[in-house]
Design a protein around this ligand. Structure first.
Ligand code: UD1
Length: 422
């Protein structure tokens, strides 16, 4: 399995282009199942998760072509030949569960394996099931698969989510576009990826109001048509690369970045003493010689501090001045990077969902193990500041979420390379 070698201590300087959002793209792609006309996505990220979703859609009979080196995805679902999302695909990526709603809406039935994905907690499907049931689906669990069907057709209704789940909001939104009558989603997730999905569905003819707020109202239509949509900027990739110069020193301009996508995160960086400037092309981040200050972080649903940036923030706080407390409130098992950072000389204590990080003067390179997607990148970030060589093993998770990471960091002066192993 490939590993990444980072030799730390090089200040960074230059520009990093930020890709389209993985999580938006993974919700937009299943939207093709809702229509028999083509859906084309531009500004798509080049990631293995996107390939996994393409394979899944193809297994259902959709045509999926990757154009312009993967930046454009052209899809058509005029004839579907399957309603079953197999365990072999779904176990690789939890977002496969986003075909459940569209398949149900288009075909009246769907069989979807319970998902796998990152090992960061239980991640059940109860909120999805309750929401789709409220719209007329009958769902049972058999042999590890969710069997969903609708005998009387899907009908709009009131769906109050017990927690603002991103995936459940997306599945419900997609089903509601084709359900009869009006659906109201209460306590909907408000992430920019939800807004992006709603914009694309609206281009396809859906009638949606309130995406980005906690109450979304959808008026069902008879059918959706084709559309072309550009995927929103990846706020997690943006936040990750914003941290690179804070950790390594120097100045980096993240092209395509906007403060509005990362407000809570940017506020924490500012509190730590980091300079962030909005430019015509993106966001410029500079560490002005000073060591960043410790800050406390609590992960929350959007617009709060994103759980997907918690590991990277922890990597930065390892060498900040003072003691930081990080509280993880979204996933119950999301500190697997902490023991790896400790191997690099960090001082971190984890108790349940809380990690206390005491800033140390320096980290030292070490062989470390990537355990999930964001943990992997946090170890690379830590490696940028560490003395000597850090080898991040088992990086397949990294390729799920970061395109050309060695090239992007290498272009701004990082000493980083991939070691390929057969
Ligand atoms: C999405 C993101 C992921 C991010 C997460 C939280 C995608 C493809 N992935 O994942 O990167 O970390 O949002 O911002 O967009 N839960 C339940 N029952 C359910 C559904 C969720 O208990 O039916 C729990 C989960 O176990 C978890 C929490 O709710 O603790 C958040 O999950 P959710 O918002 O659904 O995350 P995902 O959509 O899976």
């Amino acid at each position: 399995m490939d590993s990444i070698l980072v030799r730390g201590g090089k200040p960074l300087s230059g520009q990093i282009p930020i890709a389209g959002a993985k999580n938006a793209c993974l919700a937009l792609m299943p939207a093709t199942l809702l229509s028999d006309e083509p859906l084309t996505l531009t500004n798509a990220p080049r990631l293995s998760d996107i390939k996994t979703m393409s394979t899944l859609l193809q297994s259902l009979g959709a045509e999926v072509s990757s154009l312009q080196g993967g930046k454009v995805i052209a899809m058509s679902s005029h004839s579907l030949n399957g309603d079953r999302a197999d365990y072999d695909i779904v176990r690789k990526m939890r977002a496969s569960n986003l075909v459940l709603g569209p398949l149900l809406a288009r075909l009246g039935e769907a069989v979807v394996s319970l998902p796998g994905g990152c090992a960061i907690g239980a991640r059940p499907m109860d909120i999805h099931i309750d929401a789709l049931t409220a719209l007329g689906a009958e769902i049972e669990l058999k042999d590890g698969y969710l069997h969903a069907k609708t005998s009387g057709g899907l009908k709009g209704g009131r769906v109050a989510l017990r927690f603002a789940s991103v995936g459940a909001t997306e599945n419900t939104l997609m089903v509601a576009t084709l359900a009869k009558g009006t659906t109201v989603i209460e306590n909907a997730a408000r992430e920019p990826e939800i807004v992006d999905l709603a914009e694309c569905l609206t281009k396809m003819g859906a009638r949606i109001e309130g995406a980005g707020e906690s109450r979304i109202e959808i008026e069902g239509v008879d059918s959706l048509h084709g559309a072309t949509h550009s995927v929103v900027t990846d706020r997690i990739e943006l936040g990750t690369f914003m941290l690179a110069p804070v950790i390594a020193g120097g100045e980096v301009e993240c092209l395509g970045g906007r403060l509005g996508l990362v407000s809570a995160f940017a506020e924490k960086l500012a509190e730590a003493g980091v300079e962030i400037t909005e430019t015509a092309a993106g966001l410029k981040v500079r560490r002005n010689g000073e060591i960043p200050r410790a800050v406390d972080v609590v992960t929350e649903v959007y617009p709060g501090f994103p759980t997907d940036l918690q590991a990277q923030m922890m990597a930065m706080l390892c060498t900040a001045r003072g003691t930081s407390v990080l509280e993880e409130r979204i996933f119950e098992n999301r500190f697997m990077h902490a023991p790896e950072l400790v191997r690099m000389g960090a001082d971190i204590e984890v108790h349940g969902g809380t990690a206390t990080v005491r800033g140390v003067d320096r980290l030292r390179g070490a062989p470390v193990m990537a355990t999930d997607l964001r943990a992997s990148v946090s170890l690379i970030l830590a490696g940028l500041a560490a003395e000597g060589e850090t080898r991040v093993n088992r990086v397949y998770h990294l390729d799920r979420g970061y395109e050309f990471i060695e090239q992007k960091l290498g272009a701004v002066g990082a000493d980083i390379e991939r070691v390929r192993e057969e």
